[in-house]
Design a protein around this ligand. Structure first.
Ligand code: SF4
Ligand code: SF4
Length: 104
């Protein structure tokens, strides 16, 4: 996966936080493809925060109760800049052939 190119996931402060007072137990966040959440009798809980894809916020966007929040994305962008992650990601994508223009 070319999002971090080897940079340690645990060094990046990006994962969801649920405000339990706002959670209406709609279940939408359980759609997360990375299985970040656990379902409990009290609704959803964040079980595996570092499985969350850095920069993703789909669950928060679709949460019925607007109960999910994330840290400020600018902190992530600073790391990307400082660690040259944008250039590394592009290099990896190029190597994987994902930036090849398809002829139709
Ligand atoms: S932001 Fe994306 S990857 Fe992270 S928990 Fe929500 S849906 Fe899953
Ligand atoms: S999407 Fe939001 S309201 Fe729905 S279960 Fe998850 S945290 Fe609760």
């Amino acid at each position: 996966m070319a999002w971090l190119t080897g940079y340690e996931r645990e060094k990046i402060d990006w994962f969801p936080t649920i405000d339990p007072k706002k959670c209406v137990k709609c279940g939408m966040c359980m759609n997360c493809g990375k299985a970040v959440y656990d379902w409990t009798k009290d609704g959803s809980r964040v079980g595996r925060p570092y499985s969350c894809i850095v920069g993703c916020s789909t669950c928060a966007n679709l949460c019925m109760g607007k109960a999910i929040s994330f840290p400020d994305i600018e902190g992530v962008r600073k790391i990307y800049k400082k660690e040259h992650l944008w250039a590394k990601v592009k290099k990896q994508l190029t190597e994987e052939g994902k930036l090849k223009i398809e002829k139709k």
